[in-house]
Design a protein around this ligand. Structure first.
Ligand code: TMP
Ligand code: ASP
Length: 246
């Protein structure tokens, strides 16, 4: 195959396809946390995250939200439109957890009165710092119009995903999005949407550790990492294509 590697990140390798505007995203089993200070593998993760992201990008496209997704030629491979990724991580939070609790003192599990949209500078050397909107504009990471659009799209995506995951018996606590600009300068959701990039809590569990269905199981050494990733995929696929009634 005449594919050349364009970029290798912590969880994915991006190859150039034979068509200039199409890239191949290969999802790896490698897992990192705390800015790669913790490293490991989650067996089967590449496939789970690729299938889940594909399903969720399809769901968003059906709702009129543009993404970089084209199709999924193999279980751990996705064809995507080439986009210029903005160096901004957009985090949406419905419930307080993680760095929001550490930085504000809010207790984990506090339901936020309305979804919170945050922007982080995608810069490993600086440790992906939280940005103010003014700092984001100062650094010219996006234009004021793009910033508005990122906020609007992030909230729309949150609404769609929150409703969908509720039907799967999962609470969408928070998640991170990346966006890219296509050739027409149109913003598209890019990267992935998976248990690596979202916090999911099982609605059937009240125990704060038992309910965790995402990468926090790896970050915090909670065990049952692989099987939990598989369970998220099963629930999502069952919701998309419910089993036939006999
Ligand atoms: P945080 O509470 O650690 O700031 O994380 C917020 C959300 O963003 C959570 O769903 C995990 C996701 N996330 C990433 O996808 N990549 C990252 O590098 C970090 C720090 C968080
Ligand atoms: N993806 C990040 C890293 O390794 C951190 C995380 O997801 O917690 O560096």
């Amino acid at each position: 195959m005449s594919q050349s590697k364009r970029y290798e990140g912590k969880a994915k390798i991006i190859y150039q396809s034979e068509e200039p505007e199409i890239l191949l995203s290969h999802f790896k089993d490698d897992a990192t946390a705390f800015n790669a200070q913790k490293q490991g593998q989650i067996l089967g993760k590449g496939e789970v995250n690729c299938r889940l992201s594909a399903a969720l990008f399809e769901l968003l496209e059906a709702a009129g939200i543009t993404t970089h997704y084209i199709d999924q030629p193999a279980p751990n491979q996705m064809r995507v439109r080439a986009v210029k990724i903005l160096p901004v991580e957009v985090v949406v939070r419905n419930i307080a957890a993680g760095s929001l609790c550490r930085q504000t003192g809010l207790s984990q599990g506090t339901v936020l009165p309305s979804p919170l949209v945050e922007f982080y500078f995608k810069n490993d050397q600086l440790g992906d710092p939280l940005l103010t909107r003014d700092r984001l504009l100062l650094l010219e990471l996006a234009t004021p119009e793009q910033l508005e659009q990122l906020q609007t799209m992030a909230l729309q995506i949150n609404q769609h995903l929150k409703t969908f995951f509720e039907r799967c018996g999962i609470t969408l606590v928070d998640f991170k999005l990346e966006f890219g600009l296509d050739q027409e300068q149109k913003l598209r959701v890019a990267d992935e949407i998976s248990p690596d990039t979202c916090r999911f809590w099982d609605r059937a569990e009240s125990d704060p550790n038992a309910r965790v269905m995402d990468k926090d199981r790896f970050r915090r050494d909670l065990g049952e990492v692989e099987s939990t990733y598989q369970r998220v995929l099963e629930r999502v696929l069952a919701q998309i294509a419910p089993p036939l009634q006999s």
